[in-house]
Ligand binder design. Sequence first.
Ligand SMILES: *Cc1c(COP(=O)(O)O)cnc(C)c1O
Length: 404
Amino acid sequence: MKRVAINQETEQKLFFHNYARFPVAVTHGEGVWLISDDGTRYLDMIAGIGVNALGYGDKRLVDAISSQAAKLIHASNLFMMEPQFELADKLLALSGLSKVFFANSGTEAIEAAIKIARKWAGLSGDQEKKEVLSLSNCFHGRTYGAMSLTAKPKYVDGFEPLLAGTGMIAFNDILDLEAKVSEKTAAVFIEVVQGEGGIHRISQPFIDRLKALREQYNFLIVADEIQAGCGRTGTFFSYTQVDADPDLVCLAKPLGGGLPLSAVIGSEKVADVLTYGNHGTTFGGNPVACAAGIAMIKAIEEDNLIEHAREIGTFLNNELQKLAAKHPQILEIRQYGLMVGITVDKEAKPYVGKALQKHVVINATSVNVIRLLPPLVISREEAQHCITVLDEIFTEEAAAEQAC
Ligand SMILES: *Cc1c(COP(=O)(O)O)cnc(C)c1O
C-alpha cells in the first residue's frame, strides 16, 4: 500500500471538513505528555477532551486491555460477559442507583436517556407527557436527540428539523425554570458543571427548585456527567456536590479508559421501563472497553486520584488567580477539581495556537474561555509548567500590544 503523507494537505483531501485539527501528528504518549512524529513533547492539558484520565501508557490499563483482547474482543449482548457485570456492579455501588445500560459514546447515552424518559413518562398514561428540556449553553452531543437538546446555532444550523418536544430553560434562571416545566415535562437534562458551555456550575437554589418542581410535576432529572464525571470535578459524580439526586446519569468520555464506552445509570423509578428488544446497540458494553473501565476506576481508587484532582485543581486556581491579578486580559477563573475555565477579554482560540507553539495543549470553548481538562494524574510540577507558559503568553501579548 502507498504511504500517505500525514499533513494538513492530505487531511483536506481525505476527510470531511468538520474537524479543525492541530498541525501536529501524534504517535504516542507518556504520562501527561503527548509525543509527535518529530519527537516533540507536548504537555497535554486537555487529555483527549476529558478522556485520558490516567494520561498515556498507564501499565494497569494497557495490561487490562491486552489481556481482555487476547481472551475475547467482542461477543455481543446475546451473551453475558464478566467485564460488563463487574463494571455495572461498580457503577451501581458508586451511584447507589439501580440499573445500567452500556453504549459507546456520550451522545448515545443521551439518546438512551431521552428514550427511557419518554417511555417512562408515557407509562403514566398521559401520551402528551413527552417534553424533554435542557439548559441554555448546554452540550449533550451531536445525534438528533442530543443535538436538539444542544440547540445552539453552531451545532444545529442546517441540520433542522430538530426533534419535536424539546425546549430550553435559561441556565440558573429560576423564574424561567418555573415557567417552562409543567405536567407535560418528561425530563430535564442538566450538566452540573457545563463543559463546552465554558465551565459554569449550576447554582444550588436552581437545583433545589428543580427538585421541588419534580415533586410537583413528576418528571425525571437527568445528569449529564459525560465530561464532569469519573472524578474530574473532585468527587466521582459532580451531581453529589449539589445533591441533585438524578433519576438518570450519563457517563462517557473517561469511562472506557480511552476506549469508546458510555453508560446510562438509572434509579428504581425507571428500572423496568425498557423491555426486551426495546433498545440496544451492537458494541455497547464491549468487553475490552469494560475491562479498561474497571482498570481505570481501580486506578482512580488505588492512587486517590479524586483527592489528587482536588489538590492540583486548587493549586491551578491559586496560580491562575495570581496570573489574573497580573494580566488584565484574564477576566475570570472558574475551577471545579480539574475542570478549569479561564475567561479572557477576547476570542480564546489564538491562545490555543500560541500555547501549542510552546508545546502545551489547551483548548478554547464558548468563544472567550480557555479550558483545561488535564489528566487526573498530572503532577504539581506539570501544572506549574502550564502556568509558566500561560504567564509567558499573556506577558508577550501585552508587550506586543505596547509595541504597536
Ligand atoms: C462530550 C460530551 C457529550 C457527547 O459525547 P460524545 O462521546 O462526543 O458523543 C455529551 N455531553 C457532554 C457534557 C459532553 O462533554
